[in-house]
Design a protein around this ligand. Structure first.
Ligand code: ADP
Ligand code: TYD
Length: 218
Protein backbone atom coordinates (compact mmCIF):
# COMPACT_ATOMS: atom_id res chain seq x y z
CA UNK A 1 0.00 0.00 0.00
CA UNK A 2 2.26 2.80 1.24
CA UNK A 3 5.90 2.87 2.23
CA UNK A 4 6.72 5.83 4.48
CA UNK A 5 10.26 6.40 5.69
CA UNK A 6 11.82 8.65 8.33
CA UNK A 7 15.28 10.12 8.04
CA UNK A 8 17.55 12.46 9.97
CA UNK A 9 20.75 12.50 11.97
CA UNK A 10 20.93 10.56 15.23
CA UNK A 11 18.94 12.44 17.87
CA UNK A 12 16.82 14.40 15.37
CA UNK A 13 13.59 12.94 16.75
CA UNK A 14 12.60 10.80 13.78
CA UNK A 15 11.99 7.56 15.72
CA UNK A 16 9.56 9.42 17.98
CA UNK A 17 7.61 10.58 14.91
CA UNK A 18 7.71 7.14 13.27
CA UNK A 19 6.21 5.62 16.42
CA UNK A 20 3.54 8.31 16.78
CA UNK A 21 2.50 7.92 13.15
CA UNK A 22 2.28 4.16 13.55
CA UNK A 23 0.07 4.58 16.64
CA UNK A 24 -2.20 7.04 14.86
CA UNK A 25 -2.62 4.86 11.79
CA UNK A 26 -3.55 1.91 13.97
CA UNK A 27 -6.05 4.00 15.89
CA UNK A 28 -7.59 4.90 12.52
CA UNK A 29 -7.94 1.21 11.75
CA UNK A 30 -5.06 0.72 9.34
CA UNK A 31 -2.83 -2.31 9.45
CA UNK A 32 0.76 -1.23 9.71
CA UNK A 33 4.27 -2.52 9.94
CA UNK A 34 6.82 -0.41 11.82
CA UNK A 35 10.46 -1.41 11.36
CA UNK A 36 13.83 0.17 11.97
CA UNK A 37 17.02 0.02 9.99
CA UNK A 38 19.32 -1.68 10.35
CA UNK A 39 17.17 -4.42 11.85
CA UNK A 40 13.68 -5.85 11.62
CA UNK A 41 14.60 -9.47 10.88
CA UNK A 42 16.70 -11.96 12.85
CA UNK A 43 19.49 -11.69 10.27
CA UNK A 44 19.32 -7.89 10.04
CA UNK A 45 19.36 -7.48 13.83
CA UNK A 46 22.55 -9.57 13.95
CA UNK A 47 24.07 -7.40 11.25
CA UNK A 48 22.98 -4.35 13.29
CA UNK A 49 24.91 -5.62 16.32
CA UNK A 50 28.01 -6.00 14.18
CA UNK A 51 27.61 -2.55 12.64
CA UNK A 52 27.07 -0.69 15.92
CA UNK A 53 29.63 -2.56 18.04
CA UNK A 54 32.17 0.10 19.11
CA UNK A 55 34.87 -2.53 19.64
CA UNK A 56 34.97 -3.44 15.92
CA UNK A 57 36.95 -1.79 13.18
CA UNK A 58 34.82 -1.77 10.00
CA UNK A 59 36.09 -0.59 6.64
CA UNK A 60 33.80 1.98 4.95
CA UNK A 61 33.00 -0.24 1.97
CA UNK A 62 32.32 -3.20 4.25
CA UNK A 63 30.01 -0.90 6.21
CA UNK A 64 28.13 0.05 3.03
CA UNK A 65 27.66 -3.61 2.13
CA UNK A 66 26.50 -4.63 5.58
CA UNK A 67 23.89 -1.87 5.91
CA UNK A 68 22.70 -2.88 2.45
CA UNK A 69 22.68 -6.59 3.29
CA UNK A 70 20.49 -5.88 6.31
CA UNK A 71 18.16 -3.85 4.05
CA UNK A 72 17.95 -6.47 1.29
CA UNK A 73 16.86 -9.03 3.87
CA UNK A 74 14.35 -6.69 5.52
CA UNK A 75 12.75 -5.76 2.20
CA UNK A 76 12.43 -9.37 1.05
CA UNK A 77 11.38 -10.89 4.36
CA UNK A 78 9.07 -8.24 5.79
CA UNK A 79 8.51 -5.04 3.83
CA UNK A 80 7.41 -6.54 0.50
CA UNK A 81 5.09 -9.13 2.05
CA UNK A 82 3.52 -6.43 4.24
CA UNK A 83 2.96 -4.11 1.27
CA UNK A 84 1.48 -6.97 -0.72
CA UNK A 85 -0.87 -7.70 2.17
CA UNK A 86 -2.10 -4.07 1.96
CA UNK A 87 -0.33 -2.76 5.04
CA UNK A 88 1.19 0.66 5.49
CA UNK A 89 4.88 0.22 6.14
CA UNK A 90 6.76 2.75 8.23
CA UNK A 91 10.49 2.45 8.12
CA UNK A 92 12.74 4.27 10.61
CA UNK A 93 15.60 4.92 8.13
CA UNK A 94 15.93 3.48 4.63
CA UNK A 95 18.39 3.87 1.77
CA UNK A 96 18.68 7.66 2.11
CA UNK A 97 20.58 6.90 5.35
CA UNK A 98 23.15 4.98 3.33
CA UNK A 99 23.52 7.80 0.81
CA UNK A 100 23.99 10.31 3.64
CA UNK A 101 26.11 8.29 6.11
CA UNK A 102 28.18 5.99 3.91
CA UNK A 103 28.12 8.09 0.74
CA UNK A 104 28.73 11.56 2.17
CA UNK A 105 29.76 10.81 5.76
CA UNK A 106 32.32 8.12 4.93
CA UNK A 107 32.91 9.22 1.34
CA UNK A 108 32.50 5.68 0.02
CA UNK A 109 30.64 6.33 -3.23
CA UNK A 110 28.95 8.95 -5.38
CA UNK A 111 25.19 9.57 -5.11
CA UNK A 112 24.59 8.40 -8.70
CA UNK A 113 26.38 5.09 -8.12
CA UNK A 114 24.54 4.64 -4.85
CA UNK A 115 21.19 5.33 -6.45
CA UNK A 116 21.53 2.42 -8.83
CA UNK A 117 23.05 0.25 -6.09
CA UNK A 118 20.05 0.94 -3.83
CA UNK A 119 17.74 -0.14 -6.62
CA UNK A 120 19.52 -3.49 -6.78
CA UNK A 121 19.40 -3.87 -2.99
CA UNK A 122 15.69 -3.13 -2.69
CA UNK A 123 14.52 -4.60 -6.01
CA UNK A 124 13.37 -1.13 -7.12
CA UNK A 125 11.31 -0.43 -4.04
CA UNK A 126 11.01 3.32 -3.43
CA UNK A 127 9.35 5.08 -0.51
CA UNK A 128 6.09 6.87 -1.34
CA UNK A 129 7.08 9.57 1.12
CA UNK A 130 10.14 10.34 3.22
CA UNK A 131 10.04 12.63 6.25
CA UNK A 132 13.39 14.26 6.86
CA UNK A 133 13.63 15.66 10.38
CA UNK A 134 16.27 18.37 10.42
CA UNK A 135 17.96 19.74 13.54
CA UNK A 136 21.31 21.36 14.15
CA UNK A 137 24.15 19.20 15.42
CA UNK A 138 24.08 20.62 18.96
CA UNK A 139 20.40 19.92 19.41
CA UNK A 140 20.84 16.38 18.12
CA UNK A 141 23.76 15.76 20.43
CA UNK A 142 21.90 17.20 23.42
CA UNK A 143 18.97 14.88 22.71
CA UNK A 144 21.26 11.87 22.35
CA UNK A 145 23.12 12.71 25.55
CA UNK A 146 19.85 13.12 27.44
CA UNK A 147 19.01 9.55 26.55
CA UNK A 148 22.02 8.42 28.52
CA UNK A 149 22.90 5.51 26.24
CA UNK A 150 26.54 4.77 25.47
CA UNK A 151 27.72 5.91 22.05
CA UNK A 152 27.48 3.19 19.43
CA UNK A 153 30.15 2.80 16.74
CA UNK A 154 28.43 5.19 14.31
CA UNK A 155 27.89 7.85 16.98
CA UNK A 156 31.61 7.89 17.72
CA UNK A 157 32.06 9.89 14.49
CA UNK A 158 32.85 13.57 15.08
CA UNK A 159 30.89 16.73 14.21
CA UNK A 160 32.49 17.04 10.73
CA UNK A 161 31.00 13.65 9.85
CA UNK A 162 27.51 14.68 11.00
CA UNK A 163 27.91 17.98 9.17
CA UNK A 164 28.45 16.07 5.91
CA UNK A 165 25.54 13.76 6.68
CA UNK A 166 23.19 16.68 7.35
CA UNK A 167 24.24 18.42 4.14
CA UNK A 168 23.78 15.23 2.13
CA UNK A 169 20.25 14.89 3.47
CA UNK A 170 19.49 18.47 2.42
CA UNK A 171 20.89 17.73 -1.04
CA UNK A 172 18.73 14.63 -1.31
CA UNK A 173 15.66 16.65 -0.36
CA UNK A 174 16.47 19.15 -3.08
CA UNK A 175 16.98 16.40 -5.63
CA UNK A 176 13.71 14.64 -4.73
CA UNK A 177 11.25 17.36 -3.69
CA UNK A 178 8.24 15.24 -4.69
CA UNK A 179 9.21 12.44 -2.29
CA UNK A 180 11.12 14.03 0.58
CA UNK A 181 9.43 16.44 3.01
CA UNK A 182 11.77 18.54 5.12
CA UNK A 183 10.63 19.13 8.70
CA UNK A 184 12.03 21.59 11.20
CA UNK A 185 12.97 19.27 14.06
CA UNK A 186 13.21 22.19 16.51
CA UNK A 187 9.44 22.30 16.62
CA UNK A 188 7.60 20.46 19.37
CA UNK A 189 6.92 16.75 19.11
CA UNK A 190 3.22 17.49 18.82
CA UNK A 191 3.59 20.15 16.12
CA UNK A 192 5.71 17.79 14.03
CA UNK A 193 3.25 14.97 14.58
CA UNK A 194 0.38 17.14 13.32
CA UNK A 195 2.28 18.26 10.20
CA UNK A 196 3.19 14.69 9.31
CA UNK A 197 -0.34 13.48 9.90
CA UNK A 198 -1.75 16.15 7.62
CA UNK A 199 0.56 15.00 4.85
CA UNK A 200 -0.18 11.31 5.41
CA UNK A 201 -3.89 12.01 5.18
CA UNK A 202 -3.36 13.48 1.73
CA UNK A 203 -1.45 10.37 0.68
CA UNK A 204 -4.14 8.11 2.07
CA UNK A 205 -6.89 10.07 0.35
CA UNK A 206 -5.03 9.83 -2.93
CA UNK A 207 -4.56 6.10 -2.38
CA UNK A 208 -8.13 5.41 -1.43
CA UNK A 209 -10.98 7.90 -1.73
CA UNK A 210 -12.68 6.41 1.30
CA UNK A 211 -9.69 6.77 3.60
CA UNK A 212 -10.45 8.12 7.06
CA UNK A 213 -13.17 10.45 5.90
CA UNK A 214 -14.36 12.60 8.75
CA UNK A 215 -11.30 12.02 10.94
CA UNK A 216 -9.96 15.09 12.75
CA UNK A 217 -7.14 17.01 11.16
CA UNK A 218 -4.70 16.71 14.07
P1 ADP B 1 16.24 9.67 16.63
O1 ADP B 1 15.42 8.48 16.30
O2 ADP B 1 16.26 10.67 15.54
O3 ADP B 1 17.62 9.31 17.11
P2 ADP B 1 14.43 10.01 18.90
O4 ADP B 1 13.09 10.09 18.28
O5 ADP B 1 14.83 8.70 19.53
O6 ADP B 1 15.56 10.45 17.84
O7 ADP B 1 14.55 11.20 19.92
C1 ADP B 1 15.73 11.44 20.67
C2 ADP B 1 15.33 12.15 21.98
O8 ADP B 1 14.83 13.46 21.70
C3 ADP B 1 14.23 11.45 22.76
O9 ADP B 1 14.50 11.54 24.12
C4 ADP B 1 12.97 12.20 22.37
O10 ADP B 1 11.99 12.17 23.38
C5 ADP B 1 13.50 13.61 22.18
N1 ADP B 1 12.74 14.35 21.15
C6 ADP B 1 12.26 13.84 19.99
N2 ADP B 1 11.64 14.79 19.26
C7 ADP B 1 11.74 15.94 19.97
C8 ADP B 1 11.29 17.30 19.74
N3 ADP B 1 10.62 17.65 18.63
N4 ADP B 1 11.56 18.21 20.69
C9 ADP B 1 12.25 17.87 21.80
N5 ADP B 1 12.69 16.62 22.09
C10 ADP B 1 12.45 15.66 21.18
P1 TYD C 1 20.18 3.75 15.69
O1 TYD C 1 20.48 3.49 17.11
O2 TYD C 1 19.00 3.09 15.07
O3 TYD C 1 20.16 5.31 15.50
P2 TYD C 1 18.96 6.29 15.29
O4 TYD C 1 18.04 6.16 16.48
O5 TYD C 1 19.58 7.62 15.19
O6 TYD C 1 18.34 5.86 14.00
O7 TYD C 1 21.49 3.42 14.87
C1 TYD C 1 21.55 3.37 13.52
C2 TYD C 1 22.87 4.01 13.12
O8 TYD C 1 23.27 3.50 11.86
C3 TYD C 1 22.77 5.52 12.98
O9 TYD C 1 23.98 6.11 13.45
C4 TYD C 1 22.71 5.72 11.48
C5 TYD C 1 23.48 4.55 10.96
N1 TYD C 1 23.10 4.11 9.60
C6 TYD C 1 24.01 4.23 8.56
O10 TYD C 1 25.12 4.72 8.75
N2 TYD C 1 23.66 3.78 7.32
C7 TYD C 1 22.45 3.20 7.06
O11 TYD C 1 22.16 2.80 5.92
C8 TYD C 1 21.52 3.07 8.16
C9 TYD C 1 20.18 2.43 7.94
C10 TYD C 1 21.88 3.53 9.41
Amino acid sequence: MLLLTFEGIDGSGKSTQARLLDERLREEGYETLLVREPGGTAFSERVRSLLLDPSLNVQPFAELLLFSAARAQLVAERIRPALEAGRIVICDRFYDSTTAYQGAGRGVAEPAWLQSFHRRVTGDLEPDRTYLVEVDLDTAKRRRDAEDAANDRMEAAGPAFYERVGRAYADLAEAHPERIRRLDGDRSIDALRATIWEDVRVLLDAEDGTAISGAGSS
